[in-house]
Unconditional design. Structure first.
Length: 391
């Protein structure tokens, strides 16, 4: 799309853009092209072309703002290759200060991801751009700095894997998990290696590989960590307990949950106070208890665990929706199939569109899978299944 064509659209001189252009505009701004280019009401909503409206000048301003935003986005995208070329031309050596800058960048990404201020698929392009840049530093770094830079690559790759999982790109996520684990091993940081593997086990629970794949990954992590109290061990035990709960193994799930609780008590304060991907906070423990008790049908124990998990959740966190799916599962196993099914639909539709894919749609399906076979033909259930599977 040329700048001239955008200017014609913004000024209203071109009112019937090509179908491909319409798709680009709709995808960029999240609104039908008729709203972007047609007359707008006082609140920015489209109105009939023949209707009386006195805000034509305001409408032109809104339209120009939206469309010129596309020009600015193009300028920003074009600025990155210039910056990278300049960086290469300077040929500066990577220093300890550079490594510290990258570690702060990773921490910022981890906070953004945990707080769900933006959807993870929106974060992904920025993550990958920074990962590509730190890769160039890794290739040319002094030997003493390579382990630390490999650790940065491991963390960025792990965050990219989580973003891909959230967007439903399971195969691509698996590749980034493997890269993250290899980079973590290259960093000589055994805790980081175990942690990446543990988070991979947790998220694999929601993927197409099935429970057997999750158990294998979790067992590999436990063998690597030797059961030593760490975030990796806690994540692997949490994944194992949840798999066993889904499979209906009551004794195995309760035993693994008890082991997790013991490991949690032994974790350091720094790990338990970190709410990002790198920590293992009290919320994660309550979340795991909520999952295990809900899907085993222990509604008496599930309720307090759900309340404790929700009390520690950030209001914007996707974990809130996951615990609400646990509540829906409890409704269903208690016999209130219709109310539980409606609860799944309400929670799912409350998610931003960018958060309705990947592990969140699987979380909803876990609850719907508790519906007994004799109720499988209910219209409400069919409609909610179609809503979730459409993601």
């Amino acid at each position: 799309m040329t700048a001239r064509h955008l200017q014609r659209l913004a000024s209203g001189q071109a009112t019937n853009p090509h179908k491909a252009t319409s798709r680009v505009l709709q995808r960029q701004f999240g609104h039908p092209v008729a709203e972007l280019l047609g007359p707008l009401g006082s609140h920015g909503q489209s109105v009939d072309a023949g209707a009386d409206w006195a805000s034509g000048e305001d409408d032109d301003m809104r339209r120009r703002t939206l469309l010129l935003g596309a020009v600015v986005s193009g300028m920003v995208a074009g600025a990155e290759p210039v910056r990278r070329s300049l960086d290469a031309a300077l040929a500066l050596h990577t220093t300890v200060r550079d490594v510290a800058d990258w570690e702060r960048t990773v921490d910022e990404y981890a906070r953004l991801s945990a707080q769900a201020r933006v959807s993870r698929d929106q974060l992904l392009p920025h993550l990958l751009a920074d990962l590509d840049e730190v890769r160039t530093h890794l290739a040319a770094a002094d030997g003493s700095l390579r382990p630390a830079l490999a650790g940065v690559c491991a963390r960025l790759s792990g965050l990219a894997a989580v973003a891909l999982v959230s967007a439903g790109y399971w195969s691509e996520a698996a590749r980034y998990w493997r890269t993250a684990q290899r980079a973590a091993r290259s960093s000589d940081d055994r805790d980081l290696s175990g942690h990446i593997g543990g988070r991979r086990a947790i998220f694999s629970l929601y993927g197409p590989g099935g429970t057997a794949s999750t158990l294998r990954i979790a067992d590999d992590v436990l063998a690597e960590t030797g059961g030593k109290p760490s975030s990796g061990t806690a994540s692997a035990l949490g994944a194992r307990a949840q798999v066993l709960a889904l499979e209906g193994d009551r004794a195995g799930a309760h035993s693994t949950l008890s082991e997790l609780e013991h490991v949690f008590d032994e974790l350091g304060d720094a790990i338990r106070s970190d709410p990002t991907m790198w920590g293992w906070s009290e919320h994660r423990l309550h979340h795991t208890r909520s999952f295990v008790h809900s899907y085993l049908g222990n509604t008496r124990d599930a309720g307090p665990a759900q309340d404790a998990a929700l009390a520690l959740c950030s209001p914007r966190s996707l974990a809130v929706a996951q615990v609400k799916f646990h509540q829906a599962a409890c409704m269903i196993v208690s016999g209130d199939v219709v109310q539980g099914t409606h609860h799944v639909a309400e929670v799912y539709e409350s998610l931003a569109p960018g958060h309705r894919n990947g592990h969140m749609s699987t979380s909803a399906m876990f609850a719907l899978n508790k519906v007994p076979a004799q109720a499988a033909r209910l219209r409400a259930l069919r409609e909610v299944r179609e809503l979730v599977s459409s993601a």
